[in-house]
Design a protein around this ligand. Structure first.
Ligand code: NAD
Length: 420
């Protein structure tokens, strides 16, 4: 039974995935709810003064999924559709992702229901500071460490770190990751998720024998993850033939000039209207023939309706939860598609967040080469373990990645035991 507070399509989707894996791993019924249900959830109503003098009450959330292996870790999302159920599902996936990559964290996620594009800089700062203030009893370097996600960025993390530090009376950089480098952020953190996506795509291409030179890529979402992944794929020799954001898509079979597109985005804040490609919709983009399809925007984009129509060799999930279980069942009947599942594909972000936290705790900072080589070593290990499990046990890559993550948390909970 899903508690009513979390009930939503995305939370149900995360539970459905968990239940299938728990059956496969033969996890006893008595251990399942303890593994699945989020440990702690905070909901805050936040009155914020607007630029016109009025007051708006925004809703903010933070869910900490499990506290078995260390503090919790996960992003903060600013988006109009944020709900407690969405944040709960994302926190659960963070748990499996951290366990898959061997990080000493439980999963967490937070968010504020707002449209960051409709807020001025001053309003965004007040929303962020109010959210942080409300969460002060529940976050901290040894409790829960937020990071950026959709709609938030380095500036958001700088305000969060400042608000928490003012309250503490001293500077506490390790309370958040994804900060500007000038405030104790890590070199390579901003690019880490997108570069990790590209690294894993290159490993999948090696596995399938696809040559990067001239191969084609399609990227949904041109933000932090999608933008960096597109640029990295381009550097590897792939042609990026389609990209999109929340407002529309672009297609150019000869390859989009990403440097020119970045100039356009810097001016207009959207890819729409760029004259080096023709306009397409997000729906068309997802079914565009290509070698590599990277959904890097929202969850639930590849569904029972379009899964039979996608035309790629590699589906690399930069976003969290972009493929529904109905779509998974269809893709399982299409062995020509190699899936790099979200908890593996976008894990680069949390891995370098972990490095940032370690550097902040020690006040000892690494150069970018050290960060990237340590990142690729961890991703390589997770990729090899996942593909080996998938082949040995005859299950999909998603099932393999989830199994490895869930099994590790299950074992840790069994070893710690149940406090009377
Ligand atoms: P972002 O806010 O920087 O960018 C999101 C992009 O997606 C924007 O271009 C936005 O316009 C676009 N978008 C939003 N809704 C869309 C829609 N319906 N159709 C097409 N495009 C849409 O966010 P981000 O940090 O790049 O995060 C993207 C995804 O990656 C999210 O699922 C997030 O949870 C996941 N993720 C992010 C990180 C990270 O380090 N930032 C790490 C792991 C996973």
């Amino acid at each position: 039974m899903i508690p009513q507070v979390y009930d939503s399509p995305i939370f149900r989707m995360a539970c459905q995935q968990f239940d299938l894996v728990a059956d496969f791993l033969e996890i006893p019924e008595s251990a399942r709810d303890r593994l699945k249900m989020p440990k702690r959830a905070v909901s805050v109503a936040m009155p914020v003064r607007r630029d016109d003098g009025s007051t708006t009450v925004f809703m903010g959330y933070r869910v900490q999924h499990h506290l078995t292996l260390g503090p919790t870790k996960g992003g903060v999302r600013f988006h109009p559709d944020v709900t407690l159920g969405e944040v709960g599902a994302l926190a659960m996936w963070m748990s499996w992702k951290c366990a898959l990559t061997g990080l000493p964290y439980g999963g967490a996620k937070g968010g504020v229901t707002c449209d960051p594009r409709a807020l001025s800089i001053g309003e965004l700062e007040r929303v962020t500071r109010r959210y942080t203030q409300e969460l002060i009893p529940f976050i901290g370097p040894q409790i829960d460490i937020p990071a950026p996600d959709m709609g938030t960025n380095e500036q958001t993390m700088a305000w969060m770190m400042d608000t928490y530090s003012l309250q503490s009376g001293h500077c506490v950089p390790a309370v958040v990751t994804g900060k500007p480098v000038s405030l104790g952020g890590s070199l390579g953190r901003k690019e880490s998720t997108g570069r990790g996506v590209a690294y894993l795509i290159s490993r999948a291409m090696d596995t399938l024998g696809i040559n990067a030179q001239g191969a084609t890529a399609v990227v949904q979402g041109y933000g932090n993850v999608g933008g960096v992944a597109a640029a990295s794929l381009n550097r590897m020799g792939l042609k990026v033939i389609a990209v999109s954001d929340a407002f529309g898509g672009l297609y150019n079979p000869k390859g989009i000039d990403l440097a020119k597109l970045d100039e356009h985005v810097a001016k207009t804040k959207s890819i729409v209207g760029f004259d080096g490609a023709e306009a397409i919709t997000n729906e068309q983009l997802l079914i565009t023939p290509c070698d590599v399809l990277v959904p890097a925007a929202m969850e639930r984009q590849i569904t029972g309706d379009n899964a039979a129509k996608i035309q790629c060799r590699i589906l690399a999930e930069g976003a969290n939860g972009p493929t529904t279980p109905e779509a998974d069942a269809i893709i399982a009947q299409r062995p020509e598609i190699f899936v790099i599942p979200d908890i593996l594909c976008n894990a680069g972000g949390v891995v370098v967040s972990y490095f940032e936290w370690v550097q902040d705790l020690q006040s000892f900072f690494w150069d970018e080469g050290e960060v990237m080589s340590k990142l690729y070593r961890i991703l390589e290990q997770a990729f090899v373990q996942t593909i080996n499990f998938s082949r040995k046990r005859g299950v999909s890559m998603r099932f393999a990645a989830l199994s490895l993550g869930i099994q590790r948390v299950h074992e840790a909970k069994q070893m710690r035991g149940l406090f009377p």
